[in-house]
Design a protein around this ligand. Structure first.
Ligand SMILES: NC(=O)c1ccc[n+]([C@@H]2O[C@H](COP(=O)([O-])OP(=O)(O)OC[C@H]3O[C@@H](n4cnc5c(N)ncnc54)[C@H](OP(=O)(O)O)[C@@H]3O)[C@@H](O)[C@H]2O)c1
Length: 366
């Protein structure tokens, strides 16, 4: 990764974005423009400062890191005209990683932020290509644009015709990726990354935020939800964050990744049975999860509280009844000879993830 780039990044305060920023500052000489929204009383600059201080990288603020205020739900990403002029002069690469990732968010919010937000990011990209220096556009999609409720092998360079989605997040990301693909055919040099469920670091379990799959595990570990309609042999595709960061940055630096999509997934997904046996062996005090055959599972058998919690978690169920497989030919080819290995998500890795959550006080086991 020798070429000097100036990157505009959305979503830099998120789980993936924070790691992308930190890694880019450590391993490249790239200049970064972070598009960050104001939150409550915190300005975009204050938020960036706090984030970079946590990784001892605040020294780069104002030099290699510039912060601009924006909101992807607004026209033109809410970028002020003065900032846009600066971006025109400087930006060569745009990473669009901002999204609403809450799996039980409303259809309206998902479409507004994920689909319309991506459309706005594409408009800014076209503008920066035509008026400025933009060379490449990188988009963080999800492996679940395939629809987590179906059984088939998802391919990287196509999209399912009639995907069965478990939630509005997946549906809105599907529509967003379609827009990115349409822009590719119109000549935008775009590359699409499709991670599965991002979890902690492969060796330490460390993760910036316990989101997506973690709240689900917590409800079982704490005995709030006891029955799960699944089978022990069902797998769930998790991918450590360090692999996603290393692989995406490596692929982003390749000239021939233009116009392609990449599944950033594990090739050996763990099963629910593995998770249950690991937790029983390692954490005997942890509440037990009972697996109920999905064919005979009835919501009406749950007590009132369990039923309410179950309904809240329904959008997640596709991920734990995973019959989807992901062809990763493009990723395999792109990583060949790089030393970046597909992750081994075995039971030892599950233990690392749980132990980190226990050590941080997120999971409480007696
Ligand atoms: N984590 C996963 O398991 C996973 C898996 C597959 C794909 N992905 C994709 O990877 C990307 C990054 O995911 P993540 O896990 O890092 O998400 P995350 O932790 O939920 O972070 C979301 C990011 O988007 C920003 N954002 C949301 N709405 C915004 C708005 N209206 N304007 C400006 N910024 C906004 C957030 O900013 P604030 O800090 O201001 O809220 C935050 O920086 C997303 O596109 C996601 O769909 C994630």
């Amino acid at each position: 990764m020798n070429k000097f780039r100036t990157i505009l990044m959305t979503g830099s305060t998120g789980v993936l974005g924070r790691e992308l920023v930190s890694e880019l500052l450590k391993t490249t000489e790239d200049k970064l423009f972070l598009l960050i929204r104001r939150k409550k009383t915190q300005t975009h600059w204050a938020r960036a400062r706090k984030q970079l201080t946590a990784t001892n990288q605040d020294v780069f603020l104002g030099t290699r890191v510039q912060v601009i205020q924006g909101d992807i739900s607004l026209p033109g990403l809410g970028i002020h005209s003065d900032d846009l002029e600066t971006l025109e002069r400087e930006v060569t690469h745009l990473f669009h990683a901002a999204a609403l990732t809450t799996l039980n968010a409303s259809e309206e919010d998902c479409l507004h932020i994920n689909t319309q937000g991506t459309e706005e990011a594409l408009k800014v990209a076209w503008h920066l290509k035509q008026k400025g220096k933009l060379e490449r556009f990188f988009y963080f999609s999800t492996a679940y644009v395939a629809g987590s409720l179906q059984t088939y092998c998802a391919r990287e360079d196509e999209m399912a015709r009639e995907p069965a989605f478990a939630n509005f997040y997946e549906a809105s990301k599907y529509q967003a990726e379609k827009k990115v693909r349409a822009a590719m055919t119109q000549g935008l040099s775009a590359t699409i990354f499709r991670p599965s469920i991002v979890v902690g670091d492969s060796t330490t379990g460390e993760v910036g935020e316990f989101n997506v799959i973690y709240p689900f595990i917590k409800l079982f570990a704490h005995g709030i939800l006891k029955k799960l309609p699944t089978r022990p042999e069902n797998s769930f595709n998790i991918v450590p964050i360090d692999f996603v960061i290393q692989a995406s940055l490596h692929i982003a630096a390749q000239e021939n990744s233009i116009g392609k999509a990449y599944h950033l997934v594990t090739q050996n997904p763990p099963t629910i049975g593995m998770l249950v046996s690991m937790s029983q062996m390692e954490y005997p005090g942890m509440a037990r999860m009972e697996m109920v055959d999905p064919a005979s599972f009835k919501k009406s058998d749950l007590d009132l509280i369990e039923k309410a919690v179950y309904e809240m978690l329904e959008p997640y169920l596709g991920y734990l009844n995973d019959h989807l497989t992901f062809d990763s030919s493009n990723t395999i080819q792109a990583l060949e000879g790089s030393g970046i290995e597909f992750p081994n998500t075995n039971d030892a890795f599950l233990k690392i993830l749980c132990q980190y959550a226990v050590d941080q006080g997120y999971l409480v086991v007696n």
